[in-house]
Design a protein around this ligand. Structure first.
Ligand SMILES: Cc1cc2nc3c(=O)[nH]c(=O)nc-3n(C[C@H](O)[C@H](O)[C@H](O)COP(=O)(O)O)c2cc1C
Length: 205
């Protein structure tokens, strides 16, 4: 288990190779075994595999990053958020094609949703379910990535209403994340992680 946890990476370059639908079933099965308060299981998932459905989702994703980049220099909190907003803007604008393909290329996009009426901690529970799914995907030699749409800077620019309209998602349901799933075309470098002594405390803080 620790091996899978350590090796899993967020994948941004996918092959469009076929993935057996049974693999998606195994991945969904992993989601339902996540912990949830009072066993509320607030998650719901929409599985997208049709190219025609992926195109508008990819455009909404790219559009959100574009708006984020365009707004970057005008944000009141730009200086505190980014060391060099100009540089970040340039970097995002240079990534747009890669981001589009992160959604278009993999055979599946799982739209993770949640019903907030079932649990106040639906985001927490969705995170646990999504992690279960990503680790299971990795175990099946598939890549994935969690593109969260509730709390991130990107989520401020993502037009979730349009996504909900396209996918017929009821108003009261929250879209939590997009999760592309597919065979890995390019492995990213290992991102930096804190070392143990920097984030744990023994007996007292
Ligand atoms: C809340 C959240 C939002 C994220 N948003 C994105 C995103 O919009 N696009 C993307 O490619 N990766 C996204 N990621 C993946 C992170 O960039 C990634 O987890 C982090 O860089 C560490 O890399 P690793 O997952 O390979 O260990 C997100 C991850 C989380 C948990």
């Amino acid at each position: 288990m620790i091996h899978i946890i350590r090796k899993r990476r967020s994948i941004r370059h996918f092959k469009s190779d076929f993935v057996r639908p049974e693999a998606i079933k195994v991945i969904l099965d992993a989601a339902r075994w996540a912990p949830s308060s009072n066993n509320s299981q607030p998650w719901q998932f929409v599985i997208i595999s049709e190219k025609e459905e992926k195109v508008p989702i990819a455009e909404l994703y790219v559009d959100a990053y574009k708006r984020e980049a365009e707004d970057m220099l005008f944000r009141a909190d730009a200086e505190e958020r980014f060391k060099d907003p100009f540089e970040v803007k340039k970097r995002i604008l240079g990534m747009l094609d890669m981001l589009r393909h992160q959604i278009l290329d993999p055979p599946y996009i799982i739209i993770a949703c949640a019903d907030p009426r079932k649990s106040k901690s639906f985001l927490f529970e969705s995170g646990a379910a999504i992690q279960n799914m990503m680790l299971t995907a990795w175990d099946l030699k598939l890549g994935s990535c969690c593109i969260e749409l509730c709390t991130t800077l990107l989520s401020e620019y993502f037009q979730v209403d349009k996504l909900k309209y396209i996918l017929d998602i009821p108003e009261e349901i929250v879209v939590v994340a997009l999760i592309p799933i597919g065979k890995i075309a390019k492995m990213p470098e290992n991102p930096r992680r804190e070392i143990l002594k920097d984030f744990h405390h023994t007996e007292f803080w």
